[in-house]
Ligand binder design. Structure first.
Ligand code: DC
Length: 232
């Protein structure tokens, strides 16, 4: 962790694979610090939905760039710590539509496209300019905010991540094929780690926390113990 916080940006980055509890923990940490929560994954999901709805051929870079130029994407901060951010695409609330399993795989696919990464990285850096942000994603500590003062990388065993996701899905009344879910988690991890631009990886100066055996409260407390924002 840096001792030279003044020269660093007042930004917390939380990266890691899907299902490690990043969103819940990020929202908790943001609420405790009164920082703004930036869900970068929601942005990749929204762009995936836009490209899908516009039937854009993902192999056609010009068409992808044209679609991105026209996109109107807005994130509205959650009103309570337990809510997801609201995502508006051309003014329409797509917050629920982007959370499906299908959209997870599409988001992972479009996130490998250079045009998509350029566009969203620039948007995220613009949002981060005013500081006091908790950014959650795959590359927030490595690429988007390399000068963030506090960086974390959360990890957990894939089987444990599958069980957590299965429990969430069952709570929502959905049927779960555990083996299929595990294979999807493993595939998404592989795709996110193997892409050439901004792959999922730990920033050199990030603190790693294994969330397999810790509760959300324990992880959040561990993180908050190391964060001392300076007054702005
Ligand atoms: O965090 P999530 O599951 O909502 O993210 C959806 C996908 O978006 C994920 O598979 C990879 C991609 N993503 C990314 O490439 N970079 C980020 N900073 C955040 C998400």
């Amino acid at each position: 962790m840096s001792n030279n916080v003044k020269r660093k940006e007042q930004i917390v980055t939380i990266d890691g694979p899907s299902g490690v509890g990043k969103s819940t923990i990020s929202r908790r940490v943001a609420a405790s610090l009164s920082f703004t929560y930036l869900d970068t994954g929601a942005m990749y999901r929204a762009v995936g939905l836009q490209l899908l709805n516009s039937r854009v051929d993902l192999g056609d870079e010009t068409a992808v760039r044209e679609c991105l130029q026209k996109i109107s994407l807005e994130l509205l901060p959650a009103t309570t710590e337990d809510d997801e951010v609201t995502v508006l695409l051309a003014g329409e609330d797509v917050s629920v539509a982007i959370r499906s399993q299908e959209m997870s795989m599409i988001a992972s696919k479009v996130s490998a496209l250079p045009a998509v990464r350029e566009k969203l990285t620039a948007m995220q850096q613009e949002i981060g300019k005013k500081g006091q942000i908790v950014a959650e994603g795959r590359d927030t500590g490595t690429v988007v905010f390399p000068d963030a003062a506090w960086k974390f990388y959360l990890d957990a065993d894939p089987g444990e991540r599958m069980r957590r996701r299965a429990a969430q899905m069952r709570l929502a009344g959905k049927e779960v094929d555990e083996e299929e879910l595990l294979q999807m988690i493993i595939k998404r991890d592989h795709d996110d780690q193997a892409r050439t631009i901004a792959p999922l990886c730990k920033a050199e100066d990030a603190t790693v926390i294994d969330t397999s055996v810790l509760s959300i409260d324990e992880v959040a407390a561990k993180m908050l113990a190391g964060i001392e924002p300076t007054p702005q």
